[in-house]
Design a binder for this molecule. Structure first.
Ligand code: ATP
Ligand code: MG
Length: 191
């Protein structure tokens, strides 16, 4: 089955969008799997988070992809880092000002908010994804609803991995790739 990775700075909306994607996909929250199955090598006391064992996690996902009856969607800010090439990587973005308020609502401490806002401003996850993944889309969630973002993602999955062919699919794919090409968002020019 195809593998779709949905990544992005915390608060950009990965989990919310995946909830809206629905039961057509086998959706896996990597952070939950890391915790539940013990796929970590230690605890980062400074940052208060687990240090993921990406190799064991990738093995687990590889088996899921082999056995799944639906396309597998992995979601996490680590989804692009697995030693496993996804068919498509989708990087969610959010304007840093909006991101800060989403993270406040999520109850993140100030230090974590600042760290994530800075990472979003500097395109940290996008740059990593561009270095590691072959097919990348970049989606701005700032001014759209969760369900609008989910619809675009469904369309992307359709044209990239559904295996449909024909001139119509090719031209839809070209226009989606152009509209959501990586590098089209630059927060620094607004600040
Ligand atoms: N277009 C959008 N797409 C996704 N989320 C949106 C959108 N617009 C607003 N939001 C809001 O942004 C918040 C995103 O939180 P969410 O927990 O889904 O982020 P996340 O990327 O999964 O973060 P984390 O990495 O911490 O798990 C939610 O409150 C959601 O309702
Ligand atoms: Mg989440």
């Amino acid at each position: 089955m195809p593998l779709i990775a949905i990544t992005g700075t915390p608060g950009t909306g990965k989990t919310s969008v995946c909830r809206a994607l629905g039961s057509e996909y086998n959706i896996i929250n990597l952070n939950a799997v890391i915790e539940r199955r013990g796929f970590y090598t230690g605890i980062d006391a400074d940052r208060g988070c687990l240090i993921a064992d990406l190799h064991r996690l990738a093995e687990y996902i590889r088996r899921e992809v082999e056995n799944s009856e639906k396309p597998v969607v992995i979601e996490s800010h680590l989804a692009h880092l697995l030693p496993l090439q996804p068919d498509v990587a989708i990087v969610l973005r959010a304007n840093p000002v909006v991101l800060a308020s989403r993270l406040r609502q999520k109850g993140f401490p100030m230090r974590k908010i600042e760290e994530n806002v800075e990472a979003e401003m500097l395109d940290v996850i996008l740059i990593e994804a561009v270095e590691l993944c072959h097919v990348i889309y970049e989606l701005d969630t700032t001014n759209s609803t969760v369900s609008e973002t989910a619809s675009i993602i469904r369309e992307i999955i359709d044209v990239e991995v559904r295996g449909e062919r024909g001139a119509d699919v090719t031209s839809r794919k070209e226009s989606l790739r152009l509209r959501f090409r990586p590098g089209s968002i630059n927060w620094l020019k607004y600040s």
